[in-house]
Ligand binder design. Sequence first.
Ligand code: C2E
Ligand code: MG
Ligand code: MG
Length: 251
Amino acid sequence: MTTLLQNALEKDEFRLFYQPKVCLLTGSVLGVEALIRWFSADLGEVSPADFIPLAEDMGLIDQIGDWVMETAIKQAVIWRDQQMPVNVAVNVSARQFQRGNVAGRVIGLLHRYELSPSLFGIELTETSFMHSAAKTRSAISELLRVGVSVAIDDFGTGCSSLNYIRTLSLNQLKIDLSFIRNIQSSEKDRLLVEAMIAMAHAMDYKVIAEGVETVEQLKLLRRMGCDQAQGYLFSRPQPEENITEWLKYAF
Ligand code: C2E
Ligand code: MG
Ligand code: MG
């Protein structure tokens, strides 16, 4: 996989799929998340959960990350020009903050493609702060300053989350899908989600529930005051042409 991954960019084997983020108050689409897919000629489809950690170890994540950012920004420009201005968010891994100049790269690309920062976002996990807190923090401040939205991903699964929430201003908090999965059957999970929503709102963050698959979960989350949801119930991550069709109904 290592050798194949090295050549995947050159061979144009990556694609971005997109998944809508839906407002629970109005039902409108507030943004989409870009999720990378690797369609390897030799291995078939490989999950990002498998190849992203490998790309990090091999030092390929910067190149791949740059490709992701550029592709997502170009797509946001296309949707904007089709009168469907939608915020496109990409996932940025801890290693990218550690090694590269994430803020500079994003700002440079936004400038080059003339995209408003309000139509772009990043998602990072709590782990990013564990490895290089100072660098991550300054990159985030810079991105927020220019108007890029920043979300904490997989909230509740990492370490020291509360400390970072306390000392950083962000826009969004995404509750990890593992908490949403059993929200109906587990009283504990329900209480935890409720507490996360209350805490995020007290800090003035929007809350997104990941991995919403059933109407029952949706109803429960709406009753709890959750702001947005994302999951198979609305749409699986899909290629841009499918999402374009999806967005046409939304705008
Ligand atoms: P993530 O950012 O937390 O993305 C959410 C994952 O949940 C995605 O898996 C998505 O396909 C999946 N998902 C969405 N809705 C549902 C649902 O209703 N039920 C269930 N069971 N799953 C749902 P995916 O696409 O396999 O991505 C896995 C992880 O890989 C992502 O987690 C993210 O951390 C990472 N990743 C994906 N694309 C990129 C990228 O471009 N760059 C970096 N650095 N990491 C990426
Ligand atoms: Mg994400
Ligand atoms: Mg997540």
